[in-house]
Design a binder for this molecule. Sequence first.
Ligand SMILES: [Zn+2]
Length: 330
Amino acid sequence: MNYFDLPKIDLHCHLDGSLRPQTVIDLAAEQKIELPSQDPAVIKEMMVAPETCPNLQEYLDRFALPIQVMQTKESLERISFELFEDAAKENVKYLEVRFGPQLHTQQGLTYAEIIDSVVKGMKRAEALYDIHGNYILSLVKLLPIDSVNDIIDAGVPFVGKGVVAFDLAGAELDNFAHDYVEYTQYAREQGYRITIHAGEQGCGQNVYDAIELLGAERIGHGVAIKDHAEAYQRVKEDVVGLEACPSSNVQTKAIPELKAHPLNDFHKDGLAVTINTDNRTVSNTTMTDEVTKVMEQFELTAEDYKQIYTASVEQAFASDDVKKHLMQFV
Ligand SMILES: [Zn+2]
């Protein structure tokens, strides 16, 4: 099977984990940020996490350099454009990118300016390539909670026009969902769809709570439901989309190795499993790589891929028109 040519959908990709190394060098020069090297290979090494990290912090540290250069409108627009361009060039037909507006205010940008910049970059790529996309506003859980509603408000004018959903990301403590009920409720009232990182580092109960308390329609990762019958049943009954990110899950030790990933068991049992990159640079991957790894590891057939692709279309927070377009590729 030619995995490069397959139509692909990525529903879980972080903007700040998906920068081109040369772009970091260019932007650092423009912004007078000193880098230890001008060699893209060295810069790439600073951003790529080891294949298995000793701990989650090792993985998260890889985002420090990208965040430094992502503090101007121009850099956000460019990085967004390039991410969609890179995805389009490997036959990704639909891409949902998430990012935390709170991380990009260091030089005084407003949340509205930040969101506008990334949406502009995406739209520029949509006009040039056969790709469609949307943005998800991610709240990084350890950052101050009092600005959450300001972020949600800033995104409202973009809802349905480039922004579609709200997400909670960052370190996963047990029972975190209880602290965010009012915020996700507010986001839903403002027209946002909800996806939540849960059951990655944390327990299956977090997945159950994300659905029950926060109204999650999709779950980022969710591998922990394999050990939690109630959460598993709830995901199955509610047809909650599971955003599997195979390489990232190995890197962060959410699973010990790829062959231990429960995504194939989930898929065989009829759960709505999708395959995603998480971070193209930090996980040193592409959609082609992720699809190849999964198809080969679990010896999936063309029919399996068709089911996974179809589940991805159904789970996408895209308009009906875009979904119809995406189904043409099946
Ligand atoms: Zn993620």
